[in-house]
Write a protein that binds this ligand. Structure first.
Ligand SMILES: Cc1cc2nc3c(=O)[nH]c(=O)nc-3n(C[C@H](O)[C@H](O)[C@H](O)COP(=O)(O)OP(=O)(O)OC[C@H]3O[C@@H](n4cnc5c(N)ncnc54)[C@H](O)[C@@H]3O)c2cc1C
Length: 432
């Protein structure tokens, strides 16, 4: 029952798409909202690959949460790592960056902590094949990519030079496809005249996929077109191929004929599979909630956890009727969770309508002027799809300056191949 003396306390765990849209939707509701996130920024994950490949800057895809929510007077932001939820006591436990801990009591909890990379039981691969989920990951990948060309130019052994100029991507979903296209573009259009000793055009980009198609979620027609476009720009696509081992020199696979094959590669990037973080398992144990195979929490149709109407799970961390892990699902579920809280606080008694996801379609960028777009029965590819991709991303990027800056960067890279954001730090984080 809500307390009428003080406003209800809403804690939102995570300031990604689900958490941010939940906080925004509570703007005119008499509740005190705390958004707690281990990062101080809201990250636009769909454009991480553009930051990693030097088109966009960190600031263009990540905005301070405090700035984004500055006009929301009932919202506080807290930079802290949530370590546990005391479900009985209704308290969130978090570790602050000053080393102290915070206890955040709540009347309503929205859990929107997203997912992380899955290595399908081989976490040891992470050291050699980083995934791309955070801003740190994108900057680490940028360092690995551009450093690989530098190292190849400095190498004297031709075999080592070839290895350094080989880039392997595991997983042909949108992120793998986008990164593969971008690496070929860097090699052929951005840095192709900058090195004296290497021909960057010779850089090999290998894309491994365990399934039978690239961009499987876009359907067979677009998938075939995407594969053709990738091959045209020089990406070697290996379908039906399972990666069995990754080490500092490359990777070993089992190809579709069952044969083992070894590929030496200087850079291996992992874009296959997701799993819920350990926090999801702790919460599931504490509430008795079931989890799906990826560890996501199985929620009721109104996004609550069964037996816990005060806890809602939104975004990538929720499992509901096979909904995909997409930004649009996260935004809509965050808004839905907030509206349910508002209705409860306002004392509305009608049983809530279940969460219904409105599929607005999806888009993936392949290479310069080439994308694929799927919306219901509409399937587009090529330059028209690229224009649609452009407008979708302009619409969803956060902040006017970011939109303007991004459009400028896209026009420059489209026209000349030049990328402004190629700087990387010398931080050592594993093999080049
Ligand atoms: C590389 C990449 C490309 C993508 N491309 C697309 C695309 O083209 N189209 C599309 O629709 N979707 C895309 N997605 C998926 C989309 O970004 C996600 O579906 C969406 O971000 C999910 O939102 P979320 O709020 O559930 O989780 P997230 O956006 O992951 O946010 C979770 C937040 O919780 C915080 N957090 C997690 N654990 C803790 C903790 N213990 N304590 C404190 N804070 C914590 C994190 O810091 C993060 O800010 C892509 C994702 C990635 C990684």
């Amino acid at each position: 029952m809500d307390d009428h003396v003080r406003p209800s306390r809403v804690v939102i765990l995570g300031g990604g798409f689900a958490g941010l849209f939940a906080a925004r939707a509570l703007r005119n509701t008499p509740v005190a909202v705390t958004v707690v996130d281990r990062c101080a920024h809201h990250l636009f994950q769909p454009l991480l690959y553009q930051c990693a490949t030097g088109i966009l800057s960190e600031g263009q895809i990540a905005r301070p949460l405090r700035t984004v929510l500055r006009r929301h007077k009932n919202v506080q932001c807290l930079l802290a790592e949530v370590t546990d939820v005391d479900v009985e006591g209704r308290v969130v436990h978090a570790e602050r960056p000053d080393g102290g801990t915070s206890e955040l009591p709540y009347d309503h909890l929205v859990v929107a902590a997203g997912v992380r990379q899955s290595y399908f039981g081989h976490d040891e691969f992470a050291r050699y094949a980083p995934g791309m989920k955070t801003l740190d990951d994108a900057l680490d990948i940028r360092r690995r990519l551009y450093r690989a060309f530098e190292a190849a130019d400095a190498a004297t052994d031709p075999d080592e030079r070839r290895r350094l100029l080989t880039f392997a991507l595991v997983g042909a979903g949108p992120t793998g496809v986008e990164l593969a296209g971008q690496i070929r573009e860097i090699a052929t259009r951005t840095i192709e005249r900058e090195f004296a000793l290497i021909d960057t055009d010779q850089a090999r980009v290998l894309l491994f996929e365990g399934g039978e198609s690239v961009l499987a979620a876009f359907g067979p027609k677009l998938s075939r077109r995407a594969a053709r476009t990738l091959e045209r720009i020089g990406v070697e696509v290996h379908l039906g191929t399972l990666v069995e081992h990754v080490d500092e020199h490359g990777l070993s696979v089992r190809d579709k004929d069952g044969g083992p094959r070894r590929f030496d590669a200087g850079t291996v990037l992992w874009t296959a599979g997701v799993q819920a973080p350990p926090l999801a398992t702790r919460l599931a144990k504490a509430t008795g909630a079931a989890q799906d195979r990826a560890g996501r929490i199985i929620v009721e149709p109104d996004l609550t956890i069964a037996g816990h109407p005060e806890i809602r799970v939104a975004g990538d961390m929720m499992s509901l009727g096979g909904l995909p892990g997409l930004a649009e699902v996260a935004m809509q579920s965050g808004i839905y969770a907030a509206l349910r809280i508002r209705h409860e606080v306002e004392g509305r008694t009608r049983p809530p309508r279940p969460f219904r996801y409105r599929d607005l379609g999806s888009a993936a960028y392949i290479s310069r002027g080439r994308a694929v777009v799927r919306r219901g029965p509409l399937h587009m590819s090529g330059p028209a799809a690229w224009l649609v991709w452009l407008f979708i991303h302009i619409a969803f990027l956060n902040g006017f300056r970011n939109r303007l800056g991004a459009v400028l960067s896209w026009l420059v890279v489209f026209a000349s191949g030049a990328r402004r954001e190629r700087a990387f730090t010398s931080r050592r984080a594993g093999p080049a």
